[in-house]
Write a protein that binds this ligand. Structure first.
Ligand code: FES
Length: 137
């Protein structure tokens, strides 16, 4: 099953169970932490897609306790989605080639050569703010 998922590029991370937990406005994504239960514990993650976003975002709670957001598109030719790994502070492409990145989006291993685009995440009054204007790569 795992191999089939890798062949078809099916990632483990899903969207939030409460789609109303996030919104997009003024070049930022706002996520209500009390409604986004998937990211409450370290290792948790959600895919944010749609709602007028020009791309796909992976928001995750790092094993270091911090929140991170990256463009959810591997920089290798397949452009597959990314999952956080449970046991290490790494992100992994869901393809067979499985490029690995650190939390900053830098390539650790695999065929990808360019880093993932990442976005700053700040916490404010129980909300996570992802700034889409300040992407780094
Ligand atoms: S698409 Fe990620 S390693 Fe090929």
């Amino acid at each position: 099953m795992k191999l089939l998922k890798m062949i078809f590029g099916i990632c483990d991370t899903g969207g939030p169970s409460d789609e109303g937990c996030w919104s997009v406005s003024d070049h930022q994504i706002v996520v209500g932490m009390n409604r986004a239960k998937e990211i409450l514990t370290p290792g948790g993650a959600v895919r944010l897609e749609g709602k007028g976003l020009s791309g796909k975002i992976l928001l995750f709670h790092g094993l270091d306790g911090k929140f991170y957001a990256v463009k959810n598109k591997c920089t290798h030719i397949g452009g597959r989605r990314i999952d956080p790994t449970i046991e290490h502070d790494r992100l992994k492409c869901c393809s067979v080639m499985g490029s690995v990145f650190n939390y900053k989006g830098e390539v650790v291993s695999g065929p990808a050569r360019k880093p993932l685009v990442s976005y700053p995440v700040t916490t404010e009054s129980g909300r996570l703010i992802i700034s889409l204007q300040k992407e780094t790569a």
